[in-house]
Write a protein that binds this ligand. Structure first.
Ligand SMILES: [Zn+2]
Length: 177
């Protein structure tokens, strides 16, 4: 006892939420948005995989609102969800929020708002969508390698703004000719 101030391990948090999580525990993911989390551990022990997954321990009821350091008062979240999560004394509000998160929808919404930035005309957006719906992943890779002196990534990921800006420019180029 007397260790009240230390937070539980990630594995203990996963154990506390086993029944709530709707996917295979072998694959660490953000508890809220389901985004897969990278883990440095490559073995078969799922608890170790979670322990080393790139997820943040987030209080459900914040410490400042007297939330306890018990595993069931924690969630494992990606950094984006951690930034967006509610900080209230109402546990059910946190869980309601968590249930509503979806990283694919979030990504698409980002793309939609970036599209409004780079291509604001609704008619053009429609034509752009028609054009882009015929693109394959290989087409995208081709475009990126062809334009590698103009567009790049942040490490291994491409920001949505780059993705949209690049596609809109290529679309304009192809429809102008
Ligand atoms: Zn998340």
């Amino acid at each position: 006892m007397g260790k009240r101030s230390s937070s539980p391990s990630k594995a203990a948090i996963v154990d506390a939420w086993k029944d709530w999580l709707e996917w295979d525990l072998d694959e660490p993911r953000c508890f809220a948005c389901d985004k897969p989390a990278y883990s440095d551990y490559r073995g078969n022990n799922y608890r170790k995989r979670w322990e080393q997954a790139h997820l943040e321990k987030a209080h459900i009821i914040p410490h400042a609102l007297s939330g306890p350091n018990t595993p069931d008062n924690y969630f494992l979240l990606c950094s984006e969800c951690h930034r967006l999560a509610p900080t209230t004394a109402y546990r059910e509000d946190f869980l309601k929020w968590a249930k509503a998160q979806n990283y694919i929808t979030r990504r698409l919404e980002t793309i939609r708002s970036e599209l409004n930035t780079f291509l604001s005309d609704p008619k053009e957006q429609e034509q752009f969508f028609k054009w882009s719906s015929h693109l394959s992943y290989d087409d995208l890779k081709d475009m990126l390698s062809k334009h590698k002196d103009l567009f790049t990534t942040h490490g291994s990921s491409m920001p949505a703004s780059t993705f949209v800006a690049m596609l809109v420019r290529i679309w304009r180029e192809q429809t102008a000719s």
